[in-house]
Design a protein around this ligand. Structure first.
Ligand code: SAH
Length: 229
């Protein structure tokens, strides 16, 4: 192992203990996955030195790779089991999909920006994560071809939970999504499908995600936020 690799492993271990365990996350499968996936493989060369910082990082097209703690938190909120099949909306770099792939049997992830679909596929193929499929499309409509899913994780914020996504959950399945009436300020919401037409909703912590743009989401990006962040 070369020195920089060893250094990255050390940083990753510190990231998991300081940013994730010390903030109270405990699911052993989630912690093991966060320890296994090299976040530096999902950011551009120039951001590699910041790969284990406690925040989001820019990727292409004005999008971001989420803060490690937020990825771990959302995944823990899904209460996943090894045999589960999961849908992620908003592939971005492919990092969260990679984390999920270490926990469940099958991951489908949908991204609307083609350049990021290619970026994520490339990042994932370098690591041989074969149980992840990256799809190009409007994830506000879900990915009906492979539905239903045991868990759905939405990595971009919308004004409400898209009806299409609710319908693609198994009974007993969970969905986690940032929801808010502003494009860059949301609360994490967990929805559990308890019966065919009955859902339990819990509003959890405040978060800031890039907007979910699509037919059952925001129509377009509000440019004022681009100057703000
Ligand atoms: N999970 C990612 C971070 C995603 S950032 C990671 O680990 O790197 C949110 C992503 O959602 C962006 O890449 C954005 O392009 C995408 N997105 C926004 N609206 C979408 C939609 N309707 N369907 C699919 N992807 C969408």
């Amino acid at each position: 192992m070369t020195l920089p690799e060893q250094d990255m492993e050390q940083q990753r271990e510190q990231m998991v203990s300081r940013q994730i365990e010390q903030r109270g996350l405990r699911d052993p499968a989630v912690l093991a996955a966060m320890r296994a996936v090299p976040r530096e493989a999902f950011v551009s060369e120039s951001h590699r030195q910041f790969a284990y910082d406690d925040g989001p990082l820019p990727i292409a097209e004005g999008q971001t790779i989420s803060q490690p703690y937020v990825v771990a938190l959302m995944v823990e909120m899904l209460h996943l089991k090894p045999q589960d099949r999961v849908l992620e909306i908003g592939t971005g770099s492919g990092y969260a999909a990679a984390v999920l792939s270490r926990i469940v049997a099958e991951v489908h992830t949908v991204e609307r920006i083609e350049q990021l679909v290619d970026f994520a596929r490339q990042n994932l193929s370098g690591l041989d994560y074969e149980n992840v499929q990256v799809h190009h499309g409007d994830g506000s409509l879900g990915w009906p071809d492979q539905a239903p899913y045991d868990g759905i994780i939405v990595a971009a914020g919308g004004p409400k939970i898209p009806a299409a996504l609710k319908k693609q959950l198994v009974i007993g399945g969970r969905l986690v999504m940032p929801v808010g009436s502003e494009q860059r300020a949301q609360r994490l919401v967990r929805l559990t499908r308890v019966e065919e037409n009955e859902y339990d909703r819990e509003n959890l912590s405040h978060v800031r995600f890039v907007p979910l743009i699509g037919q059952q989401a925001w129509e377009k990006e509000n440019r004022k936020w681009l100057d703000f962040f």
